[in-house]
Write a protein that binds this ligand. Structure first.
Ligand code: 0O2
Length: 292
């Protein structure tokens, strides 16, 4: 690294600064993608619908600094603005938003500088979103730099409303007619209701799926138990049969018991049966006589 020129020697500070923000943006986007991948891998569920990222344009940076009463300098740009690098994470449900925020908070190399919860505390115009301004490290050849990134986490519904609201109100440069603003607020309330309905619908679907999974597991468990019992009986029967055969074989070997003797036993059994039948016949004749 001895002959490597320092950044300031080759490119101006603006480009270096923007390079840092761009790197931080890539890192944060990748982190969000990996969080989603982990969810899919662990729970077969993706809480993130999509991720958008943007670097604030030079025009917007200058406008915002002027608007807030600051001189347009790189120093002020780094210290007074928090959203030069912005990542927007669009989630399926409101509950996913807080889960993703927790996961971001839990990352060791991320420092949460401040949070603005416009979901629990919506803006008067109806704007809802969860904002986190974080700082994460970017590693350069001459060391580590901590860079600010604004992360906006919101639902599909909230994003739909904010995009259209931005487009509509932008045209009026802050002087939109009151009726239009009221309509936009009414739309925000509808979006809110839809978000809630979708959330409860999803909860109900998950509960049904969980119940079905449990029932299937129970069924499988019961059939395995039944199978085990059947197998036990089969094993027992096979064992008894084997013991009888072993006994017979043993007898053959030890006592000179042979097939001829086997036949003799069968003959005895037949004779015993005949005697039994004769007795039954005699009893019947006796009964008939008594009746007569
Ligand atoms: P763009 O073009 O999206 O970048 P801070 O940044 O915390 O010092 P600020 O700017 O008041 O102060 O922060 P805030 O309130 O968190 O808003 C930052 C961003 O949130 C905005 O950036 C918008 O993207 C979004 N936002 C905030 N309020 C609204 C709103 O009422 N409607 C819509 N559609 N978006 C909103 P920029 O720089 O304004 O715009």
């Amino acid at each position: 690294m001895k002959n490597t020129p320092k950044y300031g020697d080759e490119i101006d500070r603006w480009e270096e600064t923007m390079y840092l923000y761009e790197s931080a943006l890539k890192t944060m986007t990748m982190k969000a993608e990996m969080m989603n991948d982990e969810f899919v891998h662990r729970y077969r569920y993706n809480p993130i619908e999509h991720i958008k990222s943007r670097l604030k344009s030079a025009d917007s940076i200058v406008r915002k600094l002027k608007q807030d009463g600051y001189d347009v300098t790189i120093e002020n740009m780094n210290t007074k603005l928090s959203d030069i690098a912005g990542v927007r994470i669009i989630c399926s449900f409101t509950s996913d938003i807080y889960q993703i925020a927790e996961m971001i908070r839990g990352q060791e190399d991320i420092t949460v500088l401040y949070v603005k919860d416009y979901i629990r505390h919506p803006k008067p115009n109806g704007y809802k979103s969860y904002h986190m301004v974080i700082s994460l490290p970017v590693y350069l050849s001459d060391g580590r730099k901590d860079v600010k990134v604004e992360v906006q986490i919101r639902s599909v519904g909230m994003d739909f409303w904010a995009s259209l609201e931005h487009k509509i109100t932008y045209k009026f440069e802050g002087c939109a007619p009151k009726a239009l603003l009221q309509d936009l607020k009414a739309c925000a309330d509808i979006v809110d209701m839809l978000d809630n309905k979708m959330y409860f619908l999803n909860e109900a679907i998950l509960a049904i799926a969980e119940e079905q999974k449990r029932a299937k597991e129970q069924e499988e468990c019961e059939s395995t138990e039944e199978e085990a019992k059947e197998n036990e009986i089969k094993v027992k029967e096979a064992g008894e049969k084997e013991t009888k055969e072993e006994f017979r074989e043993k007898g053959t070997k030890e006592n000179g018991y042979n097939e001829i003797q086997d036949n003799e036993i069968q003959d005895n059994e037949i004779q015993e049966n005949e005697i039994q039948e004769n007795k039954i016949q005699e009893n019947k004749i006796q009964e008939n006589r008594t009746e007569g």
